[in-house]
Write a protein that binds this ligand. Structure first.
Ligand SMILES: *Cc1c(COP(=O)(O)O)cnc(C)c1O
Length: 450
């Protein structure tokens, strides 16, 4: 009798990683520093204390390899609950007749449905500890705003969310969720900030963008001494917190006695893929293990495949420090693709660096091929994936077919970042044959620093 097929690999709650992994300790060189937008000189971290909890600023620039997860955050992770399962996609493999083994980490099990609470809980914790009364943030599709709202409820902080106007109108359910968790949710551009009012004066129906909502949240924080800002992606400390994903995957693959050949994920700002793959990237950099790292993005927002690796602002108004990253320019008008989490003009400095140096590659897909992959996945694996996650599923299916043609039994592991149960309008459009591919809009590369 053969052993039963183990579809899911679980860890005990006791097996939760107790430290986050900081890739900065293992990079061949230091990351290019953030620059002061006025002087273009490397910036000291102090001005950031006004915006972020001190401990988060310290983590942003830390070169320590391991950063201890506070007991209160571990308790919050157990509450979510973590560890999350690692699945083997047997039915997808057999439908594709591939010799490849396909595994995926499933981050959609918590109450918000995506990976974002992994950092939202940590950020809310440090702010609570340092006496912050209120957090202000932006959200695109609403996943980050939901995660921070739930985390604010957990640690007793007020939360205000500036939600991109187009999503606020398209996804009213997300606002309802945030309010149910006790947060305030405003359509951005809003009349609450000077920047918002200046945009509304030009166009009452401005659809907004992530860059605009970030500018509004920053202005809101600077006007209130009790408030601090929280960012859901891009920054080093956000990727750091997300490494809990990859560290769990490492233990799970060790239990299975399996080594990954290909590791795949989607990149909006780079946090879920970073958190998933960086603990393995450390091994690739020290030449212990060759892994093909593949980051998937939207062809409508081709930040790393068509963007430029240069210094740019993280927001539209130009209030943030300058970061060295792949960017399409801060005025890039992101087409209204359904994968809201992938609609950002730039990319995490860590992911940008790794792609630029050739340690990782990236690919871009159009949304109809992405949704075709998503329904194939739903019909074999059961899970209806978030439109963002469907981007890596498109790559995984193509790669598994290549494995079939070349008879290569590769081990493919991907990070399934969330479920799509709040994105059913997008699925409706696809199933009705009404979904259209959207071309990129005009790219204006920034020329801020030569
Ligand atoms: C926000 C989000 C993303 C993209 O953001 P990253 O910072 O790149 O991870 C991807 N998937 C889901 C489900 C999201 O909510």
């Amino acid at each position: 009798m053969s052993a039963p097929k183990e579809r899911a690999t679980f860890l005990k709650q006791d097996d939760l990683p107790t430290s986050w992994y900081n890739i900065q300790a293992d990079l061949p060189e230091r990351l290019p520093p953030p620059l002061d937008p006025g002087t273009h000189k490397p910036m000291s971290p102090e001005p950031l204390f006004r915006l972020f909890a001190k401990e988060l600023v310290a983590q942003e620039v830390s070169q320590e390899r391991w950063i201890r997860i506070p007991e209160e955050v571990l308790e919050a992770y157990r509450w979510l609950p973590r560890p999350t399962p690692l699945f083997r996609a047997y039915r997808l493999e057999s439908m594709l007749k591939t010799p490849a083994k396909i595994y995926y980490k499933w981050e959609g099990v918590n109450p918000t449905g995506s990976h974002k609470p992994n950092t939202a809980l940590a950020q809310a914790y440090y702010n609570m500890k340092e006496g912050t009364k209120r957090l202000s943030t932006e959200t695109g599709a609403g996943q980050w705003g939901s995660a921070l709202s739930m985390s604010g409820a957990y640690f007793g902080l007020k939360v205000r969310v500036f939600m991109v106007a187009a999503s606020y109108a398209q996804k009213p359910g997300r606002r309802t969720m945030m309010e149910a968790w006790g947060a305030e949710c405003l359509s951005s551009p809003s009349s609450r900030t000077k920047f918002g009012r200046s945009l509304l004066a030009k166009d009452q129906n401005d659809p907004g963008s992530l860059g605009i909502a970030i500018s509004e949240a920053l202005e809101d924080v600077l006007a209130d001494d009790g408030a601090k800002y929280a960012l859901g992606s891009v920054l080093n400390h956000v990727l750091l917190h997300q490494t809990v994903i990859g560290l769990e995957v490492k233990k799970q693959l060790e239990l299975l006695d399996v080594r990954p050949d290909v590791m795949v994920g989607n990149i909006g700002g780079g946090s879920n893929y970073g958190g998933f793959c960086l603990p393995f990237m450390g091994e690739k950099l020290s030449k212990k293990q060759p892994i093909d790292f593949v980051a998937c993005e939207s062809a409508a927002v081709p930040h790393t495949t068509k963007g430029k690796y240069t210094y740019d602002f993280g927001d539209t108004a130009g209030m943030t420090p300058l970061l060295m990253m792949y960017t399409l320019g801060r005025d890039y008008k992101t087409p209204p693709i359904h994968a809201g989490g992938l609609r950002y003009h730039a990319m995490a400095p860590i992911i940008s660096y790794l792609i630029n140096k050739g340690h990782m590659r990236s690919v871009a897909y159009n949304q109809t091929e992405v949704f075709e992959a998503a329904v194939t996945f739903a019909r074999t694996e059961g899970i209806i994936p978030a439109p963002e996650s469907a981007h890596e599923i498109k790559f995984v299916i193509d790669e598994a077919i290549r494995c079939r043609e070349k008879r290569e039994p590769k081990v493919i592991v991907f990070n399934n970042s969330g479920h799509g149960l709040l994105d059913l309008t997008a699925y409706r459009a696809y199933l009705d044959g009404k979904l259209e591919d959207l071309p990129p809009t005009k790219i204006q590369y920034p020329a801020i620093v030569d």
